[in-house]
Ligand binder design. Structure first.
Ligand SMILES: [Zn+2]
Length: 252
């Protein structure tokens, strides 16, 4: 289906009447992604995954929320960020309106790890306050992490380069999605140590304490073809998990 924002009201009503009562709400972020990727990197990635899923499944795609919880990038220019309670409230407010016109399944698809706490808050509130809606908030690492890492390893890209933020992974994806936005001439390595440690450090002390380049990983070997393979593989992982969730879910 086309994105919700491109449909007319009768088209939405018709879709709901035909049983299309699932919405994907993509969440992005506006935060530094090194000197070589744009602020909206996670937003473009969230939209791409949601729209690819909508090509395969009978779902509506809500407009992306382009500002997430990104205070781990404090100190870098360009940052926009919401408090976790605010983002959770935006999700809950949208969900409440969706139920009113017939939505019964909501998938909150976040392409930014820093949104995790807000998603936990939103899940708890949705269960309490919007019980008519079955909600799935996939954990990207759990659903897709191993598959993405396997593709990288096949191509000789270690996890330390694939990275967690603006590394080979995200850079390859942007090279596929929007190459004109990528400045490979400015791509430099950032933190390339142990990634589980980096993940904890990002939350505890922020990106600047880890690396002044703003990059966690090494983007220099990024490749558009591999980026497409990452996105195709992630879409397939989400599709499988989503189909399974939909068949298991019994909305009120
Ligand atoms: Zn990112």
């Amino acid at each position: 289906m086309k994105p919700l924002a491109e449909l007319t009201e009768p088209m939405v009503a018709q879709a709901i009447a035909a049983g299309v009562n699932t919405v994907i709400l993509p969440l992005g972020a506006t935060e530094q992604h090194g000197s070589h990727l744009p602020m909206g990197t996670d937003t473009w990635r969230a939209v791409a995954l949601a729209e690819r899923l909508a090509e395969r499944l009978p779902v509506l795609v809500a407009p992306v929320i382009p500002i997430g919880c990104s205070d781990e990038h404090s100190g870098f220019a360009g940052l926009l960020s919401l408090d976790a309670e605010t983002l959770a409230a935006v999700i809950v407010d949208c969900a409440r309106r969706m139920v009113a016109w017939g939505v019964r399944h909501l998938i909150v698809l976040s392409a930014h790890g820093g949104n995790g706490h807000a998603l936990t808050l939103a899940a708890a509130r949705l269960q309490q306050e919007v019980p008519a809606l079955a909600v799935w908030i996939p954990d990207a690492m759990l659903v897709c992490g191993a598959t993405v890492l396997a593709i990288a390893e096949q191509d000789g890209i270690p996890l330390s380069a694939l990275g967690l933020h603006a590394g080979e992974g995200e850079t390859s994806e942007l090279l596929h999605l929007s190459p004109e936005q990528v400045r490979m001439d400015l791509a430099v390595p950032g933190y390339t140590g142990d990634m589980p440690t980096a993940l904890m450090q990002l939350v505890a002390v922020g990106t600047q304490a880890l690396t002044l380049t703003g990059v966690v990983g090494d983007p220099r070997q990024a490749d558009a073809g591999r980026g497409e393979r990452y996105l195709v593989a992630q879409t397939a992982c989400y599709e499988t998990a989503l189909r399974q969730w939909l068949t298991q879910t019994n909305p009120v």
